[in-house]
Design a protein around this ligand. Structure first.
Ligand code: SF4
Length: 367
């Protein structure tokens, strides 16, 4: 698991995004393997095999092992280092169809609100002190059973903030989707991807931290650079976002380390088409812009392309100490590269036509 490296990089948020230093050794993949009997499994033919199963977690019960995002959301984000409860919360989410990131962030927000005196033990149905792993599991059950405070938690952090009369900047979400477990203060290009992502703060749509950790896409000159600098991030982050947007259309696993040129060769061999890296990027741009136009029609504007205050406030510890992404500067450069209008947040008519989306342009700009 990436958790120990994440803490060193200041990438893993803790205590509801107010810390980045925590007892990481308690929740690493190594600790998981020492504590439980773990087997790996893979999709057909995949040499990575990212799936892991904990054998006999309880007598006769095998469960999926928590992945990085889950371990961090139910773990350090709640200051919880009790692996048993992280595994149990993960299992409950899996069998009941809950997203572990959103569930973990909402539960961590409940801890935060309790700590601030906003939520009472009576409202929560129990005391809620940072690090209480059993409380994490109980809150997952309340969400699943739609019981008591679980009803509000299941609505997401934005609804929680609104319902409780809190500053919306305290809700760790973008466009209603909860923040993943990679911190934009540690990777400014990632902060931009989260802010502009079609469905909000999604770690699957432009995992830019991978670039600034040393990966690259040579065909598009997307290269690693100073991870906590905002200058020069907009164009490569936008290109990477467009590329990653195609992965779903191509039914590719997000972990596939395939090069763009190989991707084109595979696509052409399968379809008889004639894609090159430039055409492929245009297809990704088309996908992002089509989604953007739909979002615009549903009310999304530039004001929705922002990170919540709580995830921008500079931390006073760890390797991202003092770092704050310059969102306004990055967004201006991003909008300019994308051909989006700074006032309305819409793709320009010209951009849509250039991307062969003339009908979308007509619809978006109809009088
Ligand atoms: S294809 Fe992707 S999801 Fe499936 S085992 Fe490989 S890395 Fe994991």
């Amino acid at each position: 698991m990436y958790s120990d490296m994440a803490m060193i990089l200041g990438d893993a948020p803790a205590k509801y995004f107010t810390k980045s230093v925590f007892a990481v050794d308690k929740v690493t993949g190594q600790t998981l393997r020492q504590k439980y009997s773990v087997t790996n499994y893979a999709c057909l033919g995949c040499p990575i095999g990212c799936g892991r199963e904990l054998v006999d977690f309880k007598p006769g019960l095998n469960v999926d092992g928590p992945e990085y995002e889950t371990a961090m959301a139910f773990g350090p984000l709640c200051l919880n280092t009790d692996l048993d409860t992280i595994v149990e919360a993960n299992h409950l989410c899996n069998v009941n169809g809950l997203d572990t990131i959103s569930a973990g962030v909402c539960i961590a927000y409940a801890f935060y609100l309790y700590d601030q005196g906003v939520l009472s033990a009576e409202q929560v149905g129990m005391e809620l002190h940072w690090g209480d792993g059993r409380a994490v599991v109980k809150l997952v059950k309340k969400i699943v059973n739609q019981e008591g405070i679980g009803v509000l938690l299941s609505e997401g952090t934005l609804a929680m903030a609104r319902e409780l009369g809190r500053d919306e900047g305290e809700a760790a979400q973008v466009k209603g989707l909860e923040m993943p477990m990679h911190d934009g203060r540690a990777f400014h290009g990632l902060a931009l991807s989260y802010a502009t992502g079609p469905r909000g703060a999604c770690h699957l749509k432009g995992d830019y931290y991978n670039i600034d950790l040393g990966n690259m896409v040579l065909e598009y000159m997307i290269l690693p650079s100073e991870r906590m600098a905002s200058e020069g991030k907009a164009e490569p982050a936008a290109k990477f976002q467009s590329l990653k947007d195609l992965y779903d259309a191509l039914t590719l696993c997000k972990f596939s380390p395939v090069q763009v040129t190989q991707l084109c060769e595979m696509l052409n061999a399968l379809t008889g088409w004639d894609y090159d890296p430039e055409k492929l990027l245009a297809a990704g741009d088309r996908s992002v812009n089509l989604k953007r136009a739909i979002s615009n029609r549903l009310g999304v504007t530039r004001q929705h392309d922002e990170l919540p205050k709580i995830c921008l406030e500079p931390l006073q510890e760890g390797s991202s100490d003092g770092s704050r992404p310059d969102m306004e500067a990055m967004l201006k450069q991003y909008y300019s590269y994308r051909g989006w209008d700074w006032e309305t947040g819409k793709p320009s008519k010209e951009k849509l036509i250039e991307l062969e989306l003339a009908q979308v342009a007509q619809d978006l700009y109809k009088p």
